[in-house]
Design a protein. Structure first.
Length: 287
């Protein structure tokens, strides 16, 4: 079986473009779900798809996102290496399949309660072949707060950014922020314009989150390695500068195709990747 890089797996299936089953049996066989401690009761799991945040302690396990259905058993095994306690809660940061694919497994086999913004349930329920077992049980409009494992876990909605159902999660005492897909570390982000996302909304959400943290805050991005405030500020600067550049060219009468042909400034070339190429990022910014 030919191996796929994690970037390739993500590019194939982000945003529900292809389900895990559509990618094919066995494509996740070589994916390892690895854990690393972050701070306090918080850990991060990395596999294929969105990074998973974990609160582990005597009160049980709370996880933020759960990647693909085909990785559910591997995720559960990695969690068991951290703690033998029950997985009690799952928080979905948004509806995309690389963040919600194992919902049904954790609800059915681990008896976990799934939480998400109300729009996440709406969009999951509207999907083709929607599985009722994958739907969030508890939904909220603005946010919710957990008190467990000696820590306070704040979950709050940010409107019309990556999608229309984004949540970020702040583990207060250890000062760890899980951004969901409001942060692609060192990559152009995916802004799901067809699901309520917008570039101005995304920029506003990042500014809001940056205003809540300091230089000591550890950040679990939706995709990419562990990060800090400086990394997130660099990401915001890229978005604001490229957005201003494209909008200025558009206002001057430059067509979308001509702008794609001209490209962005050289300093942004390294941010492109397989799914969000420079061309796709320009077209997103133009729209």
């Amino acid at each position: 079986m030919k191996n796929l890089s994690l970037k390739a797996l993500f590019a194939l299936s982000i945003g529900g473009l292809l389900s895990a089953s559509a990618i094919g049996q066995g494509r996740f066989d070589d994916v390892e779900v690895k854990s690393e401690p972050v701070a306090g009761a918080v850990h991060m799991l990395v596999g294929a798809g969105g990074n998973i945040g974990v609160s582990a302690g005597a009160d049980g396990l709370l996880i933020v996102d759960d990647q693909y259905a085909d990785l559910a058993e591997k995720i559960a095994a990695s969690l068991a290496d951290i703690s033998k306690e029950q997985t009690r809660y799952v928080i979905n940061t948004h509806f995309h399949g690389d963040h919600t694919g194992s919902n049904a497994f954790f609800k059915t086999h681990k008896k976990a309660t799934i939480f998400a913004h109300e729009n996440v349930r709406v969009r999951l329920a509207a999907g083709e072949d929607a599985d009722p077992a994958s739907l969030p049980v508890v939904t909220y409009e603005k946010g919710v707060k957990f008190h467990m494992n000696g820590e306070t876990i704040h979950v709050f909605h940010l409107a019309n950014a990556h999608t229309d159902g984004d949540s970020a999660v702040w583990f207060e005492e250890p000062d760890v922020l899980h951004t969901g897909d409001l942060f692609f570390k060192d990559w152009f982000p995916f802004v799901d314009l067809n699901s309520g996302g917008s570039v101005p909304g995304y920029i506003s959400a990042v500014e809001t989150l940056l205003g809540m943290i300091d230089n000591d805050t550890k950040i679990i991005p939706g995709h990419g390695a562990m990060a800090n405030k400086a990394d997130y500020e660099r990401f915001l600067n890229m978005m604001k500068e490229t957005y201003a550049y494209v909008q200025a060219k558009k206002a001057a009468g430059m067509s979308e195709d001509d702008l794609v042909a001209a490209g962005l400034e050289e300093k942004w070339k390294s941010w492109a990747w397989r799914f969000i190429t420079e061309e796709r990022w320009i077209r997103t910014l133009y729209k």
